[in-house]
Design a protein around this ligand. Sequence first.
Ligand code: CU
Length: 145
Amino acid sequence: MLINKTNIAGLVLASALWSQIAMADVVEVKAVVTKFEPAVVFIKPGDSVKFTNMAGHDTVAIEGMIPEGAQPWKSAMGEEITITLDKEGAYVYKCTPHVGNGMLGAIVVGKVPPANLDAIKAHPENKGMIGRAVRQLEKELEAHK
Ligand SMILES: [Cu+2]
């Protein structure tokens, strides 16, 4: 390979990308009866969350309770989906068949407190079981300060 400025820039970029990939973590969230465990997880931008033991469950991001511009997710029933989150903020999600049993969770990416916490609290769906999950998220954020 001819060594010139373009090649060097490419190599530097490739190694920066590689070290980012090498440092990214995968955090496991397990479906246990009608709960996600742990219900609230803290990750870095670029980390992934893998949902396991999903027989009879799904995981669906709640619209308006994820950072603005972030990609919502929706798994198939029983799917052990792995999602990668790059955008900082809090993501609240539910299991469709068990949302009435309080089967919800939250993922906090990056900075604490997350920039969209007020938007989540002000969301009209912040009531009932979803409201309970939001309060649990707030409690965990307090403990994580
Ligand atoms: Cu479920």
